[in-house]
Design a binder for this molecule. Structure first.
Ligand SMILES: Cc1cc2nc3c(=O)[nH]c(=O)nc-3n(C[C@H](O)[C@H](O)[C@H](O)COP(=O)(O)OP(=O)(O)OC[C@H]3O[C@@H](n4cnc5c(N)ncnc54)[C@H](O)[C@@H]3O)c2cc1C
Length: 387
């Protein structure tokens, strides 16, 4: 293999390039990224960078020693796996012997009409963060549509920055619904103590304002007055460029085998948030949007791509996730979305700590802890041993 192309200059793509070099691959690596920046870390965008305690320049992963040919600022727009060509931008073609797909996910956009108004933001990238941060100055009221991780992290960060009125709106009855009702209620209580206002169990019906958004209209209750709106509506897979490639996609995610090879292709591997893969703890396919999984998959996708077929390592790691909000260290392990029941094992309101087990048919499938870091390590080990 003499030409490896990595599409997606994010966490998984960067780890893949590091691993290729670590394994002694010294031929050409070309990394294609639609953002104008070299690979950087996303978790601090909703935390330290927005807070002002970390500079944008400190986000970048060290890339100088990778000797990569960069194609930044232009997206991959197509793939022909039979001719082994990636199309970039308006039509330039990039040949490869081996391809690593790591294009991740983009912010889900508001699906409705914005009434021609300004003042709407999303947060997925460095440029989104800079735009949001610049426009937060002198804005005392912020409405966040979506009470998932990013919505909650931003709410916490903004309250920490002294933003006067932060309102989080969601159709779900509690925040971070993906972690189950117990964690959601615990988090809602703490956010409320910290001054966040919630409008839960309701939907946004529209926006009003004069040039800029001034009010968010809800299907129940009075509108939310605001100076800006952040949409934190989750993510959508960045796979439009693969639509005509013949690669197998499931809900827009690229389907791969346990060794992360795109189904039917021995020279294409897939890593990170875009991958849909089998896992020993799951029936069928799964996907995760966690930093640690993207990092590990990037490493494996590279090692397996250039390794001998008999020496491939399957991706079997127990997924783990963390989120920092105020003084809360929220951590999860396993596949919480598989659970049919949640049990609170420990709760201490003074320490704001919580331990919740997630089970399916009585079997442990995951756990969530708040301010109980050692406990999550134990659960991760238990889940790994069970698998
Ligand atoms: C604000 C924020 C906070 C987060 N906080 C946490 C956290 O606290 N804990 C945690 O576990 N996880 C967190 N995550 C999730 C974590 O950052 C992701 O799981 C991880 O970045 C996924 O890595 P990836 O390489 O798959 O995708 P990404 O890091 O998203 O990289 C994909 C890259 O591919 C680019 N791309 C897309 N389409 C194309 C194309 N057609 N051509 C070329 N390039 C393309 C994208 O622009 C992007 O640069 C957070 C994510 C965000 C956005």
């Amino acid at each position: 293999m003499h030409k490896v192309v990595i599409v997606g200059a994010g966490l998984a793509g960067h780890r893949a390039a590091c691993e290729l070099r670590k394994q002694g691959y010294d031929d050409e690596i070309t990394m294609v990224g639609d953002e104008p920046h070299p690979p950087y870390d996303r978790p601090p965008l909703s935390k330290q960078v927005l807070e002002g305690t970390m500079e944008h320049r400190d986000l970048f992963f060290p890339s100088e020693d990778l000797h990569v040919t960069w194609k930044l600022g232009e997206p991959a727009t197509g793939l022909d796996p039979l001719r082994k060509m990636v199309r970039v931008g308006a039509g330039a073609e990039l040949p490869y012997d081996g391809l690593i797909i790591a294009t991740g996910r983009g912010a889900r956009e508001w699906p409705g009409d914005l009434g021609g108004l300004d003042g709407f933001y999303t947060l997925r990238s460095f440029d989104h963060c800079r735009r949001l941060k610049d426009n937060l100055l002198d804005q005392p009221r912020v409405a966040i549509v979506g009470a998932g991780f990013i919505g909650c992290e931003v709410a916490a960060t903004l309250r920490g920055r002294g933003v006067e009125q932060v309102t989080v709106i969601d159709v779900a009855g509690y925040p971070m619904a993906g972690l189950g009702p117990e964690v959601g209620r615990h988090a809602a209580g703490i956010h409320t103590e910290e001054g966040v206002r919630f409008r839960l169990g309701t939907t946004v019906t529209g926006f009003e304002g004069n040039g800029r958004v001034e009010r968010v209209l809800l299907c129940e209750g009075p509108p939310v007055d605001t100076d800006l709106v952040l949409f934190a509506l989750g993510s959508a897979p960045s796979s439009d460029w693969l639509a005509d490639s013949g690669l197998r996609l499931q809900d827009g995610n690229v389907v791969c085998d346990e060794n992360l090879f795109a189904i039917g292709y021995e020279n294409i591997t897939v890593a990170g948030d875009i991958a849909s893969f089998p896992h020993p703890h799951i029936d069928g396919l799964t996907r995760v949007e966690h930093w640690s999984a993207a990092r590990e998959m990037g490493t494996l996708a590279a090692a397996n791509l250039i390794g001998e077929p008999g020496q491939r390592t399957p991706f079997r790691a127990v997924p783990t996730f963390w989120s920092n909000q105020y003084n809360l260290k929220i951590k999860s392990a396993g596949f919480i979305n598989q659970a049919d029941s949640f049990t609170v094992i420990e709760e201490d309101s003074a320490r704001r700590s919580l331990v919740v087990e997630a089970r399916r048919g009585g079997r442990l499938v995951g756990a969530v802890t708040v301010n109980k870091n050692k406990k999550i390590i134990e659960y991760t080990r238990e889940l790994a041993a069970a698998g």
